[in-house]
Write a protein that binds this ligand. Structure first.
Ligand code: NAP
Length: 315
């Protein structure tokens, strides 16, 4: 176990302070010189705003071959041009509303048709919904966007990830999940009772982190190394629109999008991460998945979650 994969233990207050801008700048002092392989084919979702936009630009500057999955064609086209001018070796844009499983599957079909190995998949697209809604496919939207879409992308792109020889998946979760213990009865009900946006968001992120933990050993045997990261608290358009009060109070300590995205870029590109899987990273350091026993799910819920996602992966 290397230095950065040994889960870092902090006091509870220290752990939360690490989410902030000052927390990032303190952590940055221990970042070592990077050895990056950037001639990779990287599939990034949610590239038009916030952390995804910062990630796309950094990877473009580093010369990556980018596939950007976005939902707005005009913004996608402008970003493609920007990434090419920043130095991306290549850049293509695929249009999808990732809250729709049919669109997610269309992204997979398009990439499989190209038959081009995928070195890195970054599941970054996300949103916190303060009001409950179901998608046109009848699925509660947080579940669809934050859990099912990333899981379906992982599974659908697995052959292309394996074809890369050694590949990575970066699942962007949230420190908010520390507040939640997975409740499968609540998730299965589509959060129909007592809907609470931040709690539902955190449930979906918690669920994605559990799937990553459950799958990583088996996937590593096939040369696909899957990890999660949380970006701390970054001042992005997503936070500004979904959590205006939180943002107003905490603005003075929020990170910039670049600071929040730093670990995503590091996980995609740094050679030191070769062969590492099953970790949750913040600021290039593995962190605990749970800060207390209360948020640890029951084994029955863990099993029920795997069976829930498999219904969608195989359908
Ligand atoms: N910022 C934070 O402090 C923070 C903390 C913890 C976790 N996160 C996670 O970090 C990730 C990025 O968040 P952010 O803060 O950068 O938010 P953001 O500024 O709102 O960016 C979110 C990105 O996801 C895309 N997206 C949202 N819904 C989509 C959909 N249905 N289909 C396709 N793309 C969709 C957005 O597209 P449009 O540009 O078209 O809206 C945008 O590009 C998310 O997974 C979020 O949960 C953020």
């Amino acid at each position: 176990m290397s230095n950065f994969t040994k889960p870092f233990r902090q006091s509870l207050i220290g752990e939360i302070w690490d989410f902030t801008g000052p927390g990032y700048r303190k952590a940055k002092k221990r970042f070592t010189r990077q050895s990056w392989s950037t001639d990779k084919h990287i599939v990034l979702t949610g590239a038009t705003s916030g952390l995804g936009l910062s990630t796309a630009k950094s990877l473009a500057v580093a010369g990556a071959n980018l596939t950007l999955v976005v939902r707005d064609p005009a913004r996608g086209q402008a970003l493609q041009q920007e990434c090419e001018s920043l130095g991306a070796s290549s850049c293509q844009v695929l249009i999808a509303d990732l809250a729709l499983l049919a669109d997610t599957r269309r992204v997979i079909d398009a990439l499989v048709a190209q038959n081009r190995p995928v070195d890195v998949l970054i599941n970054n697209a996300g949103a916190l919904f303060n009001a409950r809604a179901e998608t046109a496919e009848g699925i509660e939207q947080s579940t669809s966007l934050l859990l099912l879409s990333p899981v379906i992308l992982m599974q659908g792109l697995k052959p292309l990830l394996q074809a890369a020889g050694s590949a990575r998946v970066v699942n962007v979760v949230s420190g908010g999940m520390y507040t939640q213990r997975l409740s499968m009865s609540w998730l299965r009900s589509g959060f129909a009772h007592r809907y609470d946006g931040p709690a539902v968001y955190a449930q979906a992120k918690r669920a994605l982190s559990i799937v990553t933990q459950e799958w990583h050993e088996e996937w590593a045997k096939h040369g696909v190394f899957i990890n999660t990261m949380h970006p701390g608290w970054a001042d992005t358009p997503g936070v500004q629109s979904a959590l205006p009060t939180f943002r107003r109070i905490t603005q003075w300590i929020l990170r910039s999008p670049e600071e929040g995205a730093d670990t995503i870029v590091w996980m995609a590109a740094d050679d030191d991460l070769e062969g590492v899987s099953g970790c949750l990273f913040l600021d290039r350091q593995a962190r605990r998945y749970y800060l207390n026993k209360k948020s640890q799910e029951r084994p029955t819920d863990r099993r029920a979650l795997l069976s829930f996602v498999s219904e969608f992966v195989s359908s």
